[in-house]
Design a binder for this molecule. Structure first.
Ligand code: PLP
Length: 434
């Protein structure tokens, strides 16, 4: 065993050495080919090995790769912020650049609290979220996350934030059935607010479609309308965490566009750079920025690499490539094909309990009993086995379990790059069927 090296996800596991990638495919050093059926961690949206992005990065690196944000601004960062203002809904016109989705959601948390402080309201310091959810691995982001497995080791360090049940119809946490339930899960949001005291809650953070913690959980119709009404009633800001769902993944530029929501803050990551460089963003509305501008004038956060020109140039180039290749539209069309193929597996195999999703963010939930939706016992680790068998067969899919209790659930995410073709969708389904 090596005595030095990188700390791997599982310390002594044998990970293949990557050689290169092209489109939806990855190749290891032995020449084995994998379909990147999860775009890594739902990130490689435009596929691998795109020359245009490498060229844009080379050009920018030759000009200047790094400047510190309090010394200079840069053309690529300014251009990227303008591009985001153009495509985000409502008055989300101001971007704070960071390096990871976790930093983006923590920045959103800080901006929301600061917005009230600037107006002399100092009690609104808590963030309401949902259980099940995932908003990042750093302590503030984890405090907002309803993800048992990722929290339990550090629970003593996490903030005591309130949470409402997730709109998870297939395994309803309230044991209800839609539409007879009257959207009680949204109603629970109001109960959580009243219990905590609305004067203590700055914002509600939500993944429009719940990803890593539950496997592409899409809320039922009417849910977000009710949520918005409740948040407005109690002067609670809304933070749409689009780190996974944003940048075309679900067949619209942002998942909230499926419901016409205009949040106060939006977070982006993953597909923003499509994995070509670390980059994430907290996009903030005019209304919030105007309050800070009238007050301290300083958004109190920042990182050494925030808004660095090299990453910004890569992201601009990714967005231009997406435009030229019509990738948002392709995500919608191929997503329908993928979902239909997965639904055939749901019909064919009793242990495929539920297939769901939008665009190219699809979830597949394995169960022991499809009639009662009973999960397999944790000790069987069925989801992990499926992921491992697929990997051996050259198909990469992504775990989405551990959120509810930490010891349940066998959901996986299937989320290939948005450049996938019809033929490749069938190839993916065929391997999964095997
Ligand atoms: N928010 C959501 C919705 C995510 O899915 C993730 C990562 O999976 C994060 C935040 C955290 O992003 P990162 O891993 O880049 O810190």
């Amino acid at each position: 065993m090596d005595k030095t090296g990188i700390i791997k996800p599982v310390l002594d596991a044998n990970y293949p050495m990557i050689s290169h990638g092209k489109g939806i495919y990855l190749y290891d050093e032995n020449g084995k080919r994998y379909i990147d059926g999860s775009s890594g961690a739902v990130t490689a949206n435009i596929g691998h090995g795109v020359d245009e992005i490498a060229d844009a990065m080379h050009e920018q690196a030759m000009q200047v790769a790094f400047v510190y944000r309090s010394h200079f601004t840069s053309l690529p960062a300014e251009k990227l912020a303008k591009k985001l203002a153009r495509i985000t809904p409502g008055d989300l016109n101001w971007t704070f650049f960071v390096n990871s989705g976790s930093e983006a959601t923590e920045t959103a948390l800080k901006v929301a609290i600061q917005y009230f402080q600037e107006q002399g309201i100092h009690t609104k310091t808590k963030i309401l979220s949902r259980w099940t959810s995932y908003h990042g691995i750093t302590l503030g982001a984890l405090s907002m996350s309803g993800h048992h497995k990722r929290r339990e080791r550090f629970s003593a360090l996490l903030e005591d934030f309130p949470a409402a049940p997730a709109p998870y119809c297939y395994q309803c946490p309230l044991k209800n059935t839609y539409p007879g339930c009257g959207l009680e899960c949204a109603g629970e949001l109001e109960r959580a607010i009243e219990q905590e005291g609305p004067e203590n809650i700055a914002a509600f953070i939500f993944e429009p479609i719940i990803g890593a913690a539950g496997g592409a959980i899409v809320p039922p119709p009417g849910y977000y309308e009710k949520v918005k009404e409740i948040c407005d009633k109690y002067q609670i800001l809304t933070i749409a965490d689009e780190v996974m769902t944003g940048m075309g993944r679900t067949g619209k530029m942002f998942a909230i566009d499926h419901w016409g929501i205009e949040p106060d803050i939006m977070t982006l990551g993953k597909g923003l750079s499509a994995g070509y460089t670390p980059m994430a963003a907290t996009v903030v509305s005019d209304r919030i920025i105007n309050v800070i501008r009238k007050g301290s004038k300083v958004v109190m956060s920042g990182h050494t690499f925030s808004a660095n020109p090299l990453s910004a140039a890569a992201c601009c180039s990714v967005m231009e490539y997406m435009d030229q290749q019509n990738l948002v539209q392709n995500a919608g069309e191929q997503g329908e094909r993928l979902l239909n193929g997965l639904k055939e597996l749901e019909q064919k195999y009793p242990f495929v309990g539920n297939v769901r999703g939008k665009g190219l963010l699809c979830g597949l939930e394995l169960v022991n009993d499809a009639v009662n939706h009973t999960p397999f016992s944790f000790i069987h680790r069925v989801g992990e086995k499926l992921i491992s068998i697929c990997f051996d067969k050259g198909l990469i899919i992504y775990p989405a379990f551990g959120g509810v209790t930490g010891y349940e659930g066998d959901s996986v995410l299937i989320s290939p790059p948005l450049v996938i073709t019809s033929f490749q969708v069938y190839e993916l389904i065929r391997i999964l069927d095997e």
